[in-house]
Design a binder for this molecule. Structure first.
Ligand code: HEM
Length: 394
């Protein structure tokens, strides 16, 4: 038997965002693409390699006031350890899980009452409630804030390009950011100045951040934690509605089996398509490859996650057994790796599990309209909008 014939998924390509990513992804020039999984992981794990995104812009700023994602070295390590408390298994179990359950129950009750729901609106509400509790954006109405953020993200899509529509989009984006700042961020800051709480805004207030700097940090969490999770949950729903066997495996599986399915969906359709890195010093990778200080890299998560040297055969197929069989970390590179690895990965996986489990158990639930796939620069990845689910109204 040939190697290829041994693959049980021969000819299968389960990806849903690949065609759009090939057509729309438009990374900054001047970064060498990396598609080799081992090399990508070595680069991301090396202390000699730093964040490559917006390097020149943030190099001028006071590092004590820069969002965590743009920091490196000791100060980044310190900030990550200050933030770690919000993302521990205990915090997920004791705090975030309650938000996940509460919001999911509310969304499912609405869905059952009306008989239909727009998936990206529902999943943004969940992702925004969970991230808002971590950040401390809890002094305004949750549903109204989610709607403000949804419109803000849409406006940032319209702001791309140079024509009149883009100029109007930029104005709309600026106004909506101001609206979010006044309605959600400022009340949260005011509240934290009076009552110190256990969340990111309280920490930033204690550290003496200005209102403006807190807004920037909130926007970082909004893009890094809310949009990404919204897209991911819709992608999982889309995949499960399309495969009875996957849906059954998910519903009947234990937590490990469910996470393995989520990881595989995210491996072939990672929400963040690429990351930028820059070598600060010379380094040698685990495979003996020389990297010189100043070299700049575009870590292509989409392609690295399909590297057969890491994934084994049939990399385009969803195979929940894969990571165990290949002895690879289940998250592959979908949440990054090394010092900047996503701190919210477990939060995102848990909330996806909670929502998908509840959605798939709604009697008579079906996907009435599949999502449209678009591209968002803010996360260098896909967005899925306009998907509708339906069930018999109660
Ligand atoms: C499916 C959902 C998610 C995906 C695909 C995702 C993906 C990523 C990736 C790829 C990075 C690495 C960025 C880099 O190396 O430059 C990252 C970083 C980050 N993510 Fe997530 N993320 C998700 C959910 C979340 C959630 C729920 C939160 C918080 C509520 C969050 C907060 C962050 C933060 C603060 C960083 C910056 C960490 C640092 O630079 O040290 N993410 N995320």
């Amino acid at each position: 038997m040939t190697e290829a014939a041994a693959c049980p998924f021969i000819g299968r390509d389960d990806r849903k965002s690949a065609a759009l990513a090939d057509a729309e992804a438009n990374p900054d020039p001047g970064f060498a693409p990396v598609v080799d999984f081992a090399f990508a992981r070595d680069l991301m794990r090396s202390p000699a390699v730093v964040q490559g995104m917006q390097h020149e812009f943030f190099a001028e700023k006071d590092p004590n006031r820069v969002p965590v994602i743009f920091l490196d070295g000791e100060i980044h390590k310190k900030r990550r350890s200050q933030l770690a408390r919000y993302f521990t298994p205990r915090a997920i179990k004791d705090r975030h899980r309650q938000v996940m359950d509460r919001t999911t129950a509310e969304l499912m009750a609405q869905l059952r009452r009306s008989g239909r729901g727009q998936l990206d609106v529902m999943t943004l509400r969940l992702a925004s409630d969970v991230a808002a509790e971590i950040v401390g954006l809890t002094a305004s109405d949750a549903s109204a804030m989610s709607e403000r953020l949804r419109k803000l993200f849409r406006a940032s899509g319209k702001a791309r390009g140079n024509g009149l529509a883009a100029r109007l989009g930029k104005i709309e984006h600026a106004l909506r950011t101001l609206w979010f700042f006044n309605r959600d961020v400022k009340p949260a800051i005011r509240d934290r100045r009076k009552h110190d709480r256990d969340d990111v805004i309280s920490f930033l207030v204690r550290e003496g951040y200005s209102d403006q700097e807190i807004l920037v940090e909130c926007m970082t969490y909004a893009t890094a934690g809310m949009i990404t999770t919204r897209e991911f949950i819709v992608m999982v729903a889309w995949q499960l509605f399309g495969s009875e066997s996957l849906r059954r495996q998910f519903l009947e599986g234990d937590e490990d089996a469910r996470f393995a399915i989520l990881d595989e969906i995210l491996r072939i359709d990672p929400v963040a398509a690429y990351l930028y890195r820059r070598a600060d010093e010379d380094m040698v990778t685990s495979e003996g490859r020389q990297v010189k200080a100043g070299e700049r890299f575009l870590i292509d998560i989409r392609k690295s996650n399909l590297d057969e040297a890491a994934t084994g055969q049939c990399p385009l197929a969803i195979d929940p057994e894969r990571s165990r069989r290949e002895k690879m970390p289940g998250n592959w590179l979908s949440f990054g790796d090394g010092p900047h690895r996503c701190p919210g990965a477990q939060v995102a996986l848990h909330e996806t599990c909670v929502f998908i489990d509840a959605l798939m158990r709604v009697p008579g639930i079906r996907l009435a309209r599949a999502p449209d796939v678009g591209w968002i620069e803010e996360i260098n990845g896909y967005e899925l909008h306009g998907a509708w689910v339906e069930c018999p109204a109660e």
